[in-house]
Design a protein around this ligand. Structure first.
Ligand code: NOJ
Length: 742
């Protein structure tokens, strides 16, 4: 007798029941099949047909376009025995086709709504095209700008990154994972501590204390898990002797145990296979065993699960219950996404949604909020009535580099360069002159002469310099952080020509990381950090340069003076000998210990005053909330945004604590003369840390409160005392959701 309709296909039944029903029907081979992911392009689909028909593929990545996706999905759904749909994955990092600013730029907005919006748009476009899973957000804390992947994350601070992680997960997935056609599953990566690579060299060894691992590198992942992230990617790196893709402590104990993560873990690209290269697996079979036992549920591309796992289970080396657990997790995500009911993409919807007006407008709105004004000696904004404006530099008209690294399915032809943005802004009334000056990386100075001529002929100069799109992202570590090639010389030459004629100059820096621009920062009177801003980059820069948008971004990462200061970050320890003018203190003999631009720094065309700090109560029990409030006033002449920042320092504790830690922030828009009372509700649990015995404790004692416009520009100070120490038992909760309203 054949069954009319298997339970697992019944939409009305709870997901858990459907998963169990399906699991019962699966052969071991089919189960292992769900744990395998392959990269495929349209021309290579045929190679996978036999596996698809046998139900031996769980997921594909990199196959794009609604029709292509539907073609393979049809084989899985209609030709395989159980008809389990494929989960199609892709790196939708900062937009699918409508490309938004790189994540590091989005962190500069200090506005979680910005990140959420960008992820919502990306999800809508990707989903319409059949991509139901993105390998984002990238949550690696990076304290070393030599590491090219700093571009993909939210900067150096665990608190800021945790808030952005939450926003990104909600943006991609919605309130919770559901069959919503505009939503996709997210993937928190790269778990964990990948950003701690020695020397900033990609894929390199990471050796850090468990305390730093938990308090710094793990925090944003914990936030993503609390926000309901569907999947997590295990990283490439060695972590204190145990590679992240074979690490039972980080995956089974912390992620799936302490934090209760219910989704599935996918390896990074062949990171299970690479356990052999790391030297902890003799062969593919051992690599597969290590991957599965540590809790890696899906093997990306490596093919070691397909080749060895069935046999390992049959021989009793790997218990089948581990395979069942992995498959349960994978199927649950597929059911929750509604793939069994709606496995196909709708090409008509894709045409309507992708790069629609609304999405392109959102890209502009987001890009403007990401720009950081790091220096302005009364030069900006330029007047729109200027008649002759020179736009100079190798990035001024580079459509490709506007998109940055990991540009999804983005097309450089769609991007608006700074030259185009300025031309649009000034219209036919003004003459916009252009000179490239030099290439991004070459040593050729032959274009300098023309650049000088163009600058000398203008009323104002916009210099657009920095890194091309391919200089950051994966496998793009740098040993030097200066402006590449001869760009610094170009800046100097053009600046001198302009300054001699009293022509104002602004330098727009586009990059995927902090750059060491100490020398130009000494003389160029105005500097905008624009990062790589996406399809509307040029419009956004033009809006800011000509005052149609008042910049309000702040740096999410410290900008060093020289590469020798790296790693440099604001939340460092005090040391026994903090740097001072005394010789025997922690500093350099040949360079300042302070950064060029500190974490949280960013100026505006208006000014803000901070006053009337109130910390209430000043003596608190653990488990309660400290209310920190103050008045913020726009004391300048134009409307503007300020990001008010709350830092706290634990004055004396059982283990050494950072000199300050971000514990709250708010981006506020104020009209000239307008005042607002800003309130941070700080739960004491947000001050917890790992004590000597590695217990998570809020400790009794005094805490210093610092309110400021950057981590260095502290405007108000207060104090409170916690009466007694208390262990924090709920390790799943992220306490910032009570402070951070968005
Ligand atoms: C390797 C990268 O490390 C990871 O970030 C990415 O998601 C995968 N490749 C898939 O493209």
């Amino acid at each position: 007798m054949t069954e009319a309709r298997p339970l697992y296909k019944d939409l009305i039944k709870p997901v858990e029941e459907r998963v169990e029903d399906l699991l019962k029907r699966m052969t071991l081979e089919e189960k292992v099949g769900q744990m395998c992911q392959y990269s495929v392009h349209p021309g290579a689909v045929k190679e996978f047909t036999h596996l698809l028909e046998k139900g031996l593929v769980g997921s594909f990545l990199n196959l794009l376009g609604a029709e292509n996706v539907n073609e393979v999905q049809r084989i899985a759904v209609e030709k395989s025995r159980l008809g389990i749909p494929l989960l199609m994955g892709f790196d939708v990092i900062h937009g699918y086709k409508t490309i938004f600013p790189i994540p590091l730029a989005m962190a500069s907005s200090w506005d979680p709504e910005v990140v959420k919006k960008a992820c919502e748009v990306a999800a809508r476009e990707a989903s319409a095209d059949g991509v139901k899973w993105t390998f984002a957000p990238m949550l690696d804390i990076a304290r070393d700008p030599r590491w090219g992947r700093i571009a993909e994350g939210f900067g150096e601070d665990p608190y800021l990154a945790s808030v952005m992680a939450w926003a990104a997960v909600k943006g991609f997935q919605g309130e919770e994972l559901s069959p919503n056609p505009d939503k996709i599953a997210a993937c928190a990566k790269h778990y964990v501590a990948y950003g701690g690579a020695e020397g900033g060299r990609d894929y390199n060894t990471v050796d850090i204390s468990e305390r730093t691992l938990r308090e710094i590198y793990m925090q944003p992942f914990k936030s993503a898990v609390a926000a309901g992230v569907a999947t997590v990617m295990s990283a490439f790196n060695d972590l204190c002797g145990i590679p992240a893709s074979a690490n039972e402590f980080t995956i089974r104990k912390v992620l799936k145990g302490e934090w209760g993560f219910q989704g599935f873990v996918v390896s990074d690209w062949n990171s299970v296979g690479e356990l052999i290269v790391h030297g902890i697996a003799r062969d593919g079979a051992e690599a597969a065993r290590l991957g599965v036992t540590s809790g890696v549920d899906m093997d990306m591309v490596g093919d070691v699960y397909r080749r060895y796992l069935v046999e390992l289970v049959r021989k009793g080396v790997v218990p089948e219950k581990l395979v069942d657990d992995a498959v349960r997790r994978i199927l649950t995500v597929k059911f929750k996404l509604g793939l069994f009911e709606n496995p196909y993409a709708d090409p008509e919807k894709a045409k309507k949604v992708i790069k629609c007006r609304e999405h392109l407008d959102a890209a502009l709105e987001v890009a403007r909020k990401c720009i950081v004004l790091v220096k302005n000696e009364g030069v900006l904004p330029f007047k729109k009535s200027l008649k002759r404006v020179a736009v100079i530099g190798p990035l001024a008209d580079d459509k490709e580099s506007m998109l940055g690294c990991w540009r999804g399915f983005g097309d450089p032809a769609d991007s608006v360069t700074v030259l185009e943005g300025v031309r649009k802004k000034l219209g036919s009334e003004a003459k916009v002159l252009y000179a490239k000056g030099c290439d991004v990386k070459s040593q050729d100075r032959s274009g300098f002469e023309e650049a000088v001529r163009v600058a000398a002929d203008a009323d104002a100069v916009i210099l657009v310099v920095g890194e091309s799109w391919d200089m950051s992202g994966e496998a793009a570590s740098r040993a030097y952080l200066d402006l590449p090639g001869v760009q610094e010389e170009l800046v100097k030459t053009v600046y001198e020509a302009a300054a001699g004629r009293k022509i104002p100059v602004v330098m727009v820096v586009m990059s995927g990381r902090p750059l060491t621009i100490k020398r130009p920062a000494e003389y160029v009177p105005a500097i905008l950090v624009a990062w790589h801003l996406g399809v509307r980059a040029g419009d956004a820069v033009a809006d800011v340069v000509f005052g149609d948008f008042n910049p309000g971004g702040k740096l999410p990462v410290t900008w060093p003076k020289t590469v020798g200061q790296v790693p440099i970050y604001y939340n460092h320890k005090m040391t026994g000998r903090p740097p001072s003018s005394e010789r025997f203190t922690s500093k350099y003999i040949d360079e300042d210990w302070r950064p060029l631009f500190p974490f949280g720094h960013g100026l505006s065309y208006t000014s803000f005053e901070y006053s009337d700090l109130n910390v209430k109560p000043e003596v608190v029990e653990p488990g309660s909330v400290v209310q920190i409030s103050f008045t913020l006033t726009n004391t300048g002449g134009v409307e503007g945004d300020e990001v008010a920042q709350l830092y706290v320092r634990d004055v004396s504790a059982s283990v050494t604590r950072p000199v300050k830690e971000l514990k709250g922030f708010k981006r506020v828009t104020l009209k000239p003369g307008e005042k607002k009372r800003i309130v941070f509700n700080l739960p004491t649990e947000l001050l917890a840390f790992y004590d000597r015995e590695m217990n998570y404790f809020v400790e009794a004692g005094d805490y210093e409160v610092m309110i400021g416009s950057s981590s260095e520009d502290i405007r108000l100070k207060g104090r409170f005392t916690i009466t007694r120490s208390e262990k924090v038992t709920d390790l799943r909760k992220v306490w910032f959701t009570e402070t951070q309203v968005y």
